[in-house]
Write a protein that binds this ligand. Structure first.
Ligand code: G6P
Length: 773
């Protein structure tokens, strides 16, 4: 709209200026002509009146008298002087001031003598001065005896024209400014205002508020559109309710899970319950790019899974505000509405100091717990100071969660991941009526391994504050239960997989996370062939076969082992030299930690070494793309690759494997998958490898490249079916349904009869009579 007004104003200014200038040009021209005519007339009159005085003296040849006459007339306004010539054109008398100016005889003098009538001309004497010369024949009786030239200075005509131009310019300027201003005001009042109101109305309609119930804004200008807007509103509302109904039907029919079905399911299931999510990474962060703000969505499946739930019941997501412009975009309660393009839930940002982030996130979570839980032979580091920060930050987040829950009855809380092991207990101690689940996105090692953590007791106790603890696979649940068994006094029910401690029961269950799955691509890709040609061209590589790997550069991902397997393939099967290229997309991650920083260098050095050994011409074995790619950008690589390599040394689930399958609408491509990923339990049709076994992985790559198309398709179809059915929406639904069905146990109400009574009143299983004993 602003662009339109600017265009309108600019066109107006140009138009008005051109028209005014055309008129002014005419005016100046006419004025100039008038002044010239006026001068010519004055010259003629002067010449006529002088002729009578001059002629007798010319006949007599009285030069002195003639000189006296020309001197007398020489000082009139604008008159440069008078000159008198005899019949032959020789000068007889001339005003003394004129003599130095006049260079020879003006041509009109001869013309006047030969034609016997007056003649005038404008001419230049030098560069600066313009003069008008008028010549009149002089007579003796009927005979021409000479001529008189009257010379006027005509420069004042140009000076006056220039002044008129100047005045016109200023007038045009003032006019243009006033007209533009008035037009702008008119446009604002009568066009922009109504259009903005209409846009607001349409936005409300799009977001499901207002619409047909409120009429579109009325204005003369928009009247033709208003009727159409009403029709669109009606159709949209009808389509929405149809989609909702369909989602409900599908829900009842237990078919595929979609974002819409998840929303509908949650609305009917949760009723009054409100949902709260707490995670370290926020779903949207804001960063400053020059003068504008940019919204960044982290490359995490969590946002896809949890947003439909939060949107369905206007929930609250509490997370660390880590963007450099995050503080600028929240209100006084550190809130903002999300998603940005269609706000339906609240994001509450929690601020951490540099020291807190260093100790809690980089230190305890990522140098302690991360290597502790992943068996990747990186030694965990446990610093007492990091632990203190971890505890304090868990408390800080718990306080924020409790603050957000104030006044909400029986809320549900979904805590995410190893950053918040202590938070479930902290919440329960204050609000026993909250149903708390924590989902642990990384593996849980065996009890022996976990026991090296000096704080294992507090961590396990913290987690057992939850009513539900979720892992990706049963194996991690078992490991957790064994750890509990070894660490704390509790009762473990191995049949139903739960722990009871101090009268509080925690269920421990697997919920394998997944990706969103679409039957058809959102954007129709080019043909696989032309896609591959452009991609290789962009990379500046020529190759016949392509492999792809997508990872955060993390030591658990087995990137170096993968490179060794590629080297081994080329060594063992030289026919793949100059043919097979592996594209490694490696997003730098947690580089503030030395181990990660060093790894980035090691990965680069290894790729260089292998490339140096084999590369020829425009072919090279490894193309390392060491920067963050968006989900959309990665799709392009998944779609053209002959194989995808996932060689994690240990991974809770690994969503890259599932993303690759979801991207293969053509049902081609082979997945090579580490046996140490959670995904390997579900995706049995992948080529399962031990990433430490370089020989085996190299063979798997060759096997994948040589696999017959029918087998490739059959394997891909089966795996795609698996993730279609078990997509991320099912994961979220299972988690929430399980949590909402949890029977709250009295554990955290011990010793507080009043709380226990209240708990009984809100449906907890605590028995107030027991509490009195
Ligand atoms: C793992 C963790 C997530 C984490 C992600 C990215 O998948 O389980 O909690 O968000 O890595 O790591 P970052 O530290 O950058 O959030």
């Amino acid at each position: 709209m602003r662009f339109l007004s600017v265009r309108l104003i600019v066109s107006l200014i140009v138009g008005i200026t051109l028209v005014t200038l055309a008129f002014s040009y005419n005016e100046v021209h006419a004025q100039k002509e008038g002044l010239r005519r006026d001068l010519e007339r004055r010259a003629e009159v002067l010449a006529e009146s002088m002729a009578g005085n001059v002629e007798p003296y010319l006949q007599k040849g009285s030069r002195r008298e003639l000189q006296r006459i020309v001197e007398r007339f020489g000082n009139r306004e604008h008159l440069d002087g008078v000159a008198i010539y005899d019949k032959q054109g020789a000068l007889v008398a001339i005003t003394s001031g004129l003599a130095p100016l006049l260079n020879g005889q003006p041509s009109v003098v001869a013309e006047a003598i030969s034609q016997d009538h007056g003649a005038g001309q404008f001419t230049r004497l030098d560069k600066a001065s313009v003069v008008h010369v008028y010549a009149l024949p002089l007579h003796s009786g009927e005979t021409v005896v000479g001529s008189m030239a009257i010379v006027h200075d005509a420069s004042y005509i140009n000076t006056q024209s220039a002044r008129i131009w100047r005045e016109t310019f200023v007038r045009v300027l003032v006019q243009v400014f006033l007209i533009a201003l008035i037009t702008l005001l008119i446009v604002r009042w009568s066009i922009v205002g109504p259009i903005a109101k209409a846009a607001q109305w349409m936005r409300a309609l799009r977001m499901g508020r207002g619409g047909v119930t409120s009429a579109p804004p009325d204005s003369d200008l928009l009247r033709p559109l208003t009727r159409e807007m009403e029709t669109i509103a009606r159709s949209l509302t009808a389509a929405r309710s149809a989609a909702e109904k369909e989602a409900q039907l599908r829900d009842a029919g237990e078919s595929l899970w979609t974002a819409e079905r998840l929303s509908a399911h949650m609305r009917s299931r949760l009723g009054e319950h409100r949902i709260f999510v707490v995670s370290n990474r926020e779903p949207y962060s804001h960063t400053r790019k020059g003068k504008s703000l940019e919204v960044v969505v982290p490359p995490s499946g969590l946002v896809t899974a949890l947003e439909p739930i939060l949107c369905a019941c206007d929930g609250t997501w509490i997370a660390h505000g880590s963007g450099d412009a995050d503080q600028e975009t929240v209100d006084q309660h550190d809130h903002l509405r999300a998603p940005p393009e269609d706000p339906r839930y609240t994001l509450r940002r929690v601020w951490l100091s540099k020291e807190e982030e260093e100790g809690y996130y980089f230190g305890f979570a990522n140098e302690g717990l991360w290597p502790l839980c992943h068996i990747a032979h990186a030694r965990p580091i446990f610093r007492a100071s990091d632990w203190n920060h971890y505890r304090a930050v868990n408390q800080k987040f718990a306080d924020a969660v409790l603050e957000e829950m104030e006044g909400t009855e029986r809320p549900l809380l979904l805590a995410q991941d190893y950053h918040f092991a202590l938070l479930p207990r902290l919440i329960k101690l204050k609000r026993p009526d909250v149903r708390v689940a924590i989902f642990w996105h990384i593996p849980w090692p065996n009890a022996e391994m976990f026991s090296i953590c000096p704080y294992q007791r507090e961590l396990v106790e913290g987690l057992l504050g939850a009513d539900l603890v979720g892992f990706h696979i049963q194996q991690h649940c078992n490991n957790f239960l064994e750890t509990v068994d070894r660490t704390l006094e509790s009762r473990i029910d191995w049949e139903h997989f739960s722990v009871t401690r101090d009268e509080h029961r925690t269920a421990v269950k697997p919920f394998p996370i997944s990706v969103a799955f679409e039957e058809t691509p959102q954007h129709q890709p080019e043909s696989a062939y032309s896609d591959r040609v452009t991609l290789l061209h962009d990379l500046g590589v020529s190759a016949t076969f392509l492999g792809v790997g997508v990872d955060r550069v993390d030591y658990t991902k087995g990137i170096l082992e993968r490179f060794l397997a590629i080297e081994r393939l080329l060594e063992k099967y030289p026919t793949y030299q100059e043919k097979f290229t592996f594209i490694q997309i490696g997003a730098p991650s947690r580089t503030h930690i030395k181990r990660y920083h060093d790894l980035l260098g090691e990965v680069e050095a290894e790729a260089d070494r292998i490339n140096w050994r084999f590369q020829r011409g425009t072919w090279r074995p490894i193309a390392l793309l060491k920067w963050h790619h968006t989900h959309q950008e990665i799709q392009r690589y998944y779609r053209v690759a002959d194989l995808c390599l996932v060689t994690s040394l240990h991974d809770g689930m690994n969503l890259v494997a599932k993303e690759f399958l979801a991207a293969r609408f053509d049902e081609q491509g082979v997945l090579i998958l580490s046996q140490f990923t959670g995904a390997a339990r579900e995706l049995r049709d992948a080529l399962i490898v031990n990433p430490y076994n370089i020989e085996q992985t190299a063979e798997a790559i060759r096997f994948a490249l040589e696999m017959p198309a029918e087998e490739r398709q059959a394997r891909m179809q089966k795996m795609r079916r698996t993730i279609k059915e078990n997509n991320v929406y099912r994961w979220a639904a299972n988690l929430i349904v399980e949590l909402s069905e949890v029977n709250l146990t009295p554990g955290y109400m011990q010793g507080n009869n009043e709380e226990r009574r209240q708990a009984a009143a809100v449906g907890l299983t605590a028995d107030p009579s027991q509490a009195d004993r």
